[in-house]
Design a protein around this ligand. Structure first.
Ligand code: PLP
Length: 375
């Protein structure tokens, strides 16, 4: 059987990885500044992560959510402590789209309403509800069309004030737009959005699937502002490659049995992987490193004349050029052995390295970038 061909593949097969480095079958070394769509947060195959998952697997890898699993409470406590959302409740699932799907459902259950407001260019995932709130006509199937979603431009408070009313269940926005190209909601926009949601009884949802777990230097990107959304979703970096995601839910939203469900969410291995990630984030002070290395990278990028704008925060950065970066990315990968990312906006080069990336590793990239940009 062949694979269903829905995305292009680079002709490189990594077989080994450590920290920010990958090796292919021929033993060629690569520098990974993309982390498989922003997933690698503490570095590839971190020894503590490998050990904790290995130990857990020897005890029990999985049993269904019909039995007690104290690892889930341990994880809820840890996420509460590290994020400051002590009084919120945690729902564990397996992917970012699933987390957002559940967030949208919760908003609808809580308000008894259907309509959602989302932001232009947003990417929230590929389940039916999440993709309907995603602003990309190419990936929305006709059967999603009856989802009631209205899109407003990023940071356009006037548009939000017009769109929001007592028919709206939820307003969803990314902490920083990842796939779109690192467009960021301003603190002013988030603060006023929170007020408007409160005034109209609308559930305020922050999609931190990509921007959470310390990537921007705070546990969640929205914590650079002073808001407290009703629902926050998190995935990618939370598991450092293990498929795990979650929804943080305000105490004002009540739960009942059967409201949400999952087979794999919160399984023993997923909890062990997430605990290991959070422990390493804390012990190795990786959020501080994300702030410092992110600032360093943003400064160096800003000083490169061909870079027209630098967007993002911490180690979630986009460098905007006035040309398509497709060839540049290929040269960085095939000639300099460096993985970088692109965005829906074809001119944005995305950097999503491990939060443990070093200055020397970033300098290796800058040297390669400058060589390629030389006339
Ligand atoms: N939300 C955001 C902001 C994302 O960037 C993504 C994936 O890129 C998703 C949701 C969907 O996550 P997943 O691919 O794990 O379903």
């Amino acid at each position: 059987m062949d694979l269903f061909d829905v995305y292009p593949l680079y002709p490189i097969e990594p077989v080994k990885a450590l920290g920010s480095k990958l090796w292919d079958k021929k033993g060629t070394e690569y520098l990974d500044l993309y982390g498989g769509h922003a997933v690698i947060s503490i570095g590839h195959s971190h020894p503590h992560y490998v050990q904790r998952i290995g130990e857990q697997l020897k005890k029990i890898g999985f049993y269904s959510n019909a039995v007690e699993n104290s690892l889930q409470s341990e994880l809820a406590l840890k996420i509460g402590q590290m994020s400051g959302y002590y009084d919120y409740k945690l729902f564990l699932c397996s992917t970012g789209a699933e987390a957002n799907e559940n967030a949208l459902k919760l908003a609808s259950f809580h308000t008894g309403r259907k309509k959602i407001i989302a932001v232009e260019k947003a990417f929230h995932g590929r389940t039916s509800g999440a993709v309907a709130a995603t602003h990309n006509p190419k990936i929305v199937a006709p059967f999603n069309a009856d989802h009631e979603v209205e899109f407003i431009p990023m940071n356009d408070l006037e548009a939000l004030e017009i769109a929001i009313d007592e028919d709206v269940a939820g307003f969803i926005v990314e902490g920083i737009q990842g796939v779109a190209g690192l467009y960021t909601p301003s603190a002013r926009f988030l603060n006023r959005a929170q007020e408007l949601c409160e005034e109209h009884g609308v559930t305020f949802i922050l999609d931190e699937v990509q921007s959470g777990a310390g990537r921007t230097g705070k546990f969640f990107a929205h914590q650079h502002a002073t808001i407290r959304p009703d629902i926050i979703t998190l995935a990618k970096g939370m598991g450092n490659g293990f498929p795990v995601a979650c929804v943080l839910i305000s105490p004002k939203i009540e739960s009942w049995h059967g409201m949400l469900g999952t087979t794999f969410g919160g399984n023993h291995l997923a909890c062990a992987a997430s605990m290991a990630v959070l422990e390493v984030l804390q012990e190795e002070q990786l959020m501080q490193n994300a702030t410092q290395m992110g600032q360093y990278a943003a400064d160096v990028l800003s000083a490169i004349p061909e870079v027209k704008e630098v967007r993002g925060q911490g180690l979630m950065l986009g460098a905007e050029f006035d040309f398509s970066i497709a060839d540049l990315r290929k040269k960085l990968l095939f000639d300099h052995k460096i993985f970088t990312g692109s965005a829906a906006n074809k001119n944005t080069l995305r950097l999503l390295p491990s939060l443990a990336v070093t200055k020397a590793e970033l300098d290796q990239f800058f040297e390669a970038l400058k060589t390629e940009l030389e006339p």
